[in-house]
Design a binder for this molecule. Structure first.
Ligand SMILES: C[S@@+](CC[C@H](N)C(=O)[O-])C[C@H]1O[C@@H](n2cnc3c(N)ncnc32)[C@H](O)[C@@H]1O
Length: 229
């Protein structure tokens, strides 16, 4: 972000809005391979000009790697069973489509979360892993704060707990005044000012918004303002 804006002569901005995750067009276009709603090639790359597709990664990853990704990024409690089922299935024939994967995962996930397809967590996990979404978020947040002018605001919309946890921790850290070891004779007012002030609490969608746009149901908006520090 800093380099891209710098290349355009922009070094300070009044606000940054990050709308994280996957977009509706990416979900709705079967050819992008993000969703099991319609059958399509198992791709899942946000930038389809580079990197491995989900199918290529599932072809070569070890059962352990698959299990770790699904457990870490999908918080799927049947990650072991899902990884085992994927390895068994690919031994029979390569997994090439979203529907193939959804069926394999559906057979391995023993319980059903209300209103959720059994493959939801696995698809989310593969997507986050392939697009390095959490690592990129951790690289992006400090840059956004560096670019903000005093009084400028950072607003971040996240869509699942893993993203929101990173955003929440980052903003809280930025809003916390430095702490000094006990007994150091420094007055609080002489402590360096924190770089951020939190603006309000986390904002979640209203029932009316979720009714109008179900995809907003897991969204969380957090806002912080840049201080003069
Ligand atoms: C939730 S969507 C944004 C949707 C858009 N705000 C709208 O309302 O239509 C997030 C977008 O960010 C893109 N994206 C993901 N990682 C990115 C990155 N590291 N840099 C730039 N864009 C990224 C995705 O491809 C996706 O299109």
């Amino acid at each position: 972000m800093k380099r891209e804006l710098g290349a355009r002569g922009v070094t300070r901005v009044a606000g940054v809005l990050l709308d994280l995750g996957v977009s509706s067009p990416q979900l709705d276009e079967a050819g992008r391979g993000f969703s099991f709603a319609a059958d399509g090639p198992l791709d899942m790359r946000m930038d389809p000009t580079r990197g491995e597709t989900a199918a290529e990664w599932l072809d070569r990853a070890t059962e352990q790697e698959i299990r770790e990704v699904i457990s870490t990024y999908g918080e799927e409690r049947f990650a072991k069973q899902v990884a085992g089922a994927i390895v068994a299935a690919r031994g029979r024939e390569p997994i090439r489509t979203t529907r193939q994967l959804a069926e394999v995962v559906g057979g391995a996930v023993r319980t059903r979360e209300p209103g959720k397809h059994p493959a939801t967590r696995t698809f989310q996990a593969l997507r986050i892993h392939l697009n390095q979404e959490l690592a990129e978020l951790e690289v992006t947040l400090p840059q956004a704060v560096d670019l903000l002018e005093p009084g400028g605001r950072l607003a971040v919309i996240s869509f699942h707990s893993l993203e929101d946890r990173i955003v929440k921790t980052f903003l809280r850290e930025g809003a916390r005044a430095d702490t000094l070891p006990r007994g150091v004779p420094v007055r609080a007012k002489d402590l360096p000012e924190p770089r951020l002030n939190l603006v309000g609490r986390a904002i979640r969608p209203s029932d009316a918004e979720v009714a109008a746009n179900p995809r907003a149901r897991s969204a969380t908006l957090r806002v912080a303002e840049r201080t003069g520090a």
